[in-house]
Each structure stands twice: as C-alpha cells, then as structure tokens.
Design a protein around this ligand. Structure first.
Ligand code: C5P
Length: 220
C-alpha cells in the first residue's frame, strides 16, 4: 500500500547543528533547531522506512521508531553517516559548521591583556558532498540549502556542485531557524517547483511521499 511504500528501505537523515569546540568551555555552532530534519525522519519512518537519524545537539526528542545517533562535531557526524551505510536514501538537513578550530585548546583560553586570541580555523568535511561521491552512495541523495537571495540560481548551482539528486531550497529571508513553518522549492533533474508555505511536518510529509513515489516507479 502507499502507506508502507518504503518498507525494506534504509534512510539516513542528518539534522541539527554541529558543535565545534574551541576550548573545553567554548564552541562554534549555529541556531539550527533540528525541526525539519526530525520531521523528515518521522515522515520516512511513517512510510515504513528504517531510519537512522544522525543528529547534532537539539532540544527536541527523537521520533518514535527511529534510530537516533547523537553527535557533536562535523567529523563525528560524517563518521556516524558512513557507519550507517549502506542506505537507499540520504537526506542531509543538518546545519554543519563550515569551520572548526584547527586544534581545540586543551585548557580554557585565558584573557591575556594583549587583545583577543587568533582563532585558527580549518574547513570541515562536506558530509552531503562526501555521501554523493561515496563508493556506497545512497541511490537518492537530497540536500538542503538555506538561501536569502537568488534562491533559484543559487539552488540550481548548489545541486550541481554538491552532486545530489534533489535539493530543497529554504527561503530564509523571513527566518526559518526554530520556526514551525517553511517555504521551500524542490529542485530535481528536471526543474524547480516551489511549494506553498506550510508546517515543517507538512514539508516533511510531502517530501517523504515524493521519495516513496520515486522508489515505487523504479524496479529495484
Ligand atoms: O554549502 P551549504 O552549507 O549551503 O550546503 C547545504 C547542504 O549541504 C545541506 O544539505 C547540508 O546538510 C549539507 N552540508 C553538509 N556538510 C557540510 C556543509 C553542508 O552535509 N560541511
């Protein structure tokens, strides 16, 4: 039945922020609430998928029936994702910190009176791009992109750059972090489709249904 159309499929979902330590008490992170990713994990599970949710620190509970792996850093998130493979589907909603301290200080960084310390940052791995180019690449990889300007152009370019099958562009001009509603466009190989503004749970349901359709209409 269409209700259970993802039975036998394994879906990997990333969600929430990552937290990158600077020293034992300080970190770099962002305002991601995890709401959209958690809703997608729940919606995929509701269609019968086995779901592994790899999540940074958030304040919401893991959906019932979903295996939740909690991580802190981008490197831990990537390792947990690779550990979860093989998967048929990957949906990367996590707001991964672009940078981390090259070497987190072992002790609390002190004020010296000589001005602020220099932060030596290095780039984090791109989890979405890594999954897209992985030897065990999931058949369907979906990325997210928070855009404030030129949503369409940026999203089309980002889909190409990352190598994902679908890209969901969030229009974040009116602030989406922590909100319950979302305005998104779905970009696939054949074009862009803008959905009306709706609850994040409705976005999740519609996306999960689209994913199920894709797997229904293919033979494997
Ligand atoms: O490049 P940008 O951060 O805008 O791309 C957003 C998409 O890439 C999201 O799907 C996000 O989860 C993913 N991403 C990732 N690892 C990163 C940066 C972004 O998986 N280091």
């Amino acid at each position: 039945t269409s209700e259970q159309s993802l039975v036998g499929r394994h879906a990997l979902v990333t969600a929430g922020p990552t937290v990158e330590p600077l020293d034992p008490v300080r970190f770099i992170s962002n305002h991601s609430s995890g709401k959209q990713g958690y809703a997608i994990a729940e919606a995929l599970a509701a269609l019968g998928a086995r779901v592994t949710l790899v999540s940074g620190p958030v304040s919401i509970p893991a959906p019932r029936g979903v295996t939740c792996v909690k991580v802190q850093t981008a490197e831990e998130m990537l390792a947990a994702c690779e550990q979860a493979l093989p998967a048929d589907i990957a949906v990367c909603t996590a707001a991964v910190s672009d940078w981390r301290a090259s070497v987190p200080a072992g002790r609390k960084i002190k004020k010296t009176g000589d001005g602020p310390p220099a932060l030596n940052l290095v780039e984090n791995p791109d989890i979405l791009a890594t999954l897209c180019h992985h030897a065990r690449r999931p058949r369907l990889v979906v990325g997210f992109a928070a855009e404030t300007d030129d949503v369409r152009e940026n999203a089309l370019a980002k889909r190409q750059r990352k190598g994902c099958d679908w890209l969901v562009a969030n229009d974040v001009r009116r602030g989406v972090f922590g909100a319950d509603r979302n305005l998104v466009s779905l970009i696939d190989g054949s074009g862009i489709e803008t959905w009306p503004e709706m609850d994040k749970s409705a976005v999740a349901g519609k996306l999960a249904e689209r994913i199920a359709e894709t797997f229904r209409s293919s033979t494997a």
